[in-house]
Design a protein around this ligand. Structure first.
Ligand SMILES: *[C@@H]1O[C@H](CO)[C@@H](O)[C@H](O)[C@H]1NC(C)=O
Ligand SMILES: *[C@@H]1O[C@H](CO)[C@@H](O)[C@H](O)[C@H]1NC(C)=O
Ligand SMILES: *[C@@H]1O[C@H](CO)[C@@H](O)[C@H](O)[C@H]1NC(C)=O
Ligand SMILES: *[C@@H]1O[C@H](CO)[C@@H](O)[C@H](O)[C@H]1NC(C)=O
Ligand SMILES: *[C@@H]1O[C@H](CO)[C@@H](O)[C@H](O)[C@H]1NC(C)=O
Ligand SMILES: *[C@@H]1O[C@H](CO)[C@@H](O)[C@H](O)[C@H]1NC(C)=O
Length: 452
């Protein structure tokens, strides 16, 4: 008993110290951490920086292909022709020069390309803002890159979707509007060994930056910015992709800051700032009775501010498949609604959704060192299917207080798991009565979560 008390005091001490140091300047903390990590980018060390003296690089400037860069002239053709040249030339740099604004229509930049291509975006690329004139052949894309291998995107440039009229035309904004999809500003599809560094994606028509059917992609120092009330403007969206690292990204938008959907595994997120937005999400999965799989996801070090959800897993009734082996650690929340939420009754449809017997199975989810303030009474919500319970939900060192000083609580439906260390609000509803089972689980959980 004495030992137990000592341990909980110790963890209380650790948690409150941790909370204090992180609240003050969490952004600095995020910056510091990733700068150190930057030194060890083994997987991309074979891509030289184009400004380095080593290796001769062929510069392919969009201006040399007739791009005007005044924000009014149509530079689509110039970009297409510059792409043909850069893609077919080895060790070339496709340059979008600084201090100019290039108006570009929906464009497919297709590979495969000659080796060591760098896409240097220093200027601003904007989309035409009128949905009525959008290319009907490409309703869901704007800047779309596919079949690339070993390509580096970098620069301090901006990709701006000019989304204002698209948002107004969304059925989420006005129910009289038809529900049709809008373009994703930046897409990387069917590619591998890609690095994206430094650029900003903003005001997208719908999703800002999607990575699909790709492998080994590192996104570093990327910023996403959209208004809080822009509909469906996910920040970074991952689908059917493996070995993805998102590092040191600052995302503020009108939907999920990060969304990870079916077919994703080995996803590492580190030093992420999110807010405003709908949080960092796995899902939604299982829509229209579909099968979804997401495994091996780690979020380490994040700061969420003013978001409508924090760490969220969302699945529809009637789906199948699983979400397995997820670890969230070192997360600070400030004024976040639903800081920790597993929702197997997700329903983002105008019609109400019926409960069904089938559901996407959720297991081996660990929340460790999560603290800060919640806007909602239910700081933790484990709302799991009656027929497919959530299993092995583990909480360790959680400290969530309500912003208004009232009492926070934990909600459980059909969930199995346990807590250890300091957990507030208490999650007794999660606890299993079998202590030897728990001890066994603490050990095996450590093993389960060593994959990243
Ligand atoms: C970077 O790599 C060096 C040498 O391999 C290693 O000693 C160091 O710990 C690594 N640093 C980080 C931050 O991983
Ligand atoms: C870009 O889109 C506009 C508006 O639809 C159209 O008038 C123009 O011809 C397009 N430019 C190119 C190069 O396709
Ligand atoms: C919704 O759209 C309809 C038809 O375009 C328009 O008359 C109405 O004013 C809009 N409502 C809002 C709230 O913007
Ligand atoms: C999903 O499955 C349920 C139960 O079999 C069925 O009632 C429902 O119509 C299906 N929904 C769709 C969109 O296929
Ligand atoms: C579905 O099941 C949940 C959990 O038992 C329950 O809270 C909810 O009311 C049910 N929804 C419907 C539409 O029956
Ligand atoms: C408790 O869990 C252990 C390990 O899983 C198991 O062997 C044992 O039978 C369980 N005891 C009870 C009473 O359920």
């Amino acid at each position: 008993m004495t030992k137990m008390l000592f341990i909980s005091f110790l963890s209380l001490f650790l948690v409150s110290n941790y909370a204090e140091s992180c609240f003050s300047d969490s952004i600095d903390m995020i910056q510091d951490k990733s700068d150190k990590k930057e030194d060890n980018k083994t997987e991309f060390s074979d891509l030289p920086s184009w400004s380095s003296a080593r290796g001769v690089r062929v510069l392919v400037n969009v201006d040399s292909f007739g791009a005007v860069g005044d924000g009014v002239s149509d530079d689509t053709k110039a970009f297409g022709n510059a792409w043909k040249q850069a893609c077919s030339t080895s060790t070339s740099v496709l340059l979008v020069p600084p201090d100019r604004i290039y108006l570009v229509n929906a464009t497919k930049f297709k590979g495969p390309c000659a080796e060591n291509l760098i896409i240097q975006i220093d200027g601003t690329i904007i989309a035409p803002g009128e949905p009525k004139n959008w290319d009907p052949k490409n309703p869901r894309i704007w800047l779309y890159f596919s079949n690339l291998k070993g390509v580096l995107f970098q620069g301090d440039g901006v990709i701006d979707g000019s989304g204002k009229k698209w948002w107004a035309a969304s059925c989420k904004k006005n129910k009289t509007n038809p529900c049709v999809g809008a373009p994703t500003a930046l897409t990387i599809d069917q590619s591998s060994d890609i690095e994206v560094k430094g650029i900003t994606v903003q005001n997208s028509q719908q999703m800002n930056f999607a990575i699909s059917k790709s492998e080994s992609v590192r996104v570093f120092n990327v910023m996403v910015s959209c208004p809080e009330d822009s509909p469906n403007t996910d920040g970074i969206h991952l689908t059917a992709s493996q070995n993805i690292v998102l590092q040191n990204c600052k995302i503020g938008t009108g939907d999920d800051c990060i969304s990870i959907v079916s077919g994703c595994s080995n996803i590492k997120m580190e030093s992420i700032y999110c807010g405003p937005g709908h949080g960092i999400s796995i899902g939604s999965l299982g829509n229209d009775n579909s099968t979804g799989f997401v495994t091996a996801v780690v979020l380490d070090t994040a700061f969420l501010k003013g978001t409508t959800n924090g760490l969220r897993i969302k699945t529809w009734q009637g789906g199948s498949g699983y979400v397995r082996a997820v670890r969230y650690q070192n997360v600070q929340m400030e004024d976040v609604a639903n800081p920790i939420i597993i929702d197997q009754f997700y329903c983002d449809s105008p019609k109400s959704c019926q409960n069904q017997t089938s559901a996407v199975e959720i297991s081996q989810i660990m929340f460790e060192d999560i603290s800060g303030t919640t806007k909602s009474q239910k700081a933790m919500k484990f709302s799991c299917s009656d027929t497919v319970p959530c299993n092995h939900i583990v909480l360790n060192n959680i400290f969530l207080k309500r912003s208004d000083g009232k009492e926070a609580e934990t909600f459980c439906n059909s969930v199995n798991g346990y807590e250890y260390g300091y957990v507030q609000p208490s999650a007794d509803c999660l606890m299993q009565s079998n202590h030897s089972f728990q001890q066994h689980q603490v050990k095996s959980e450590r093993l389960i979560h060593t994959e990243l």
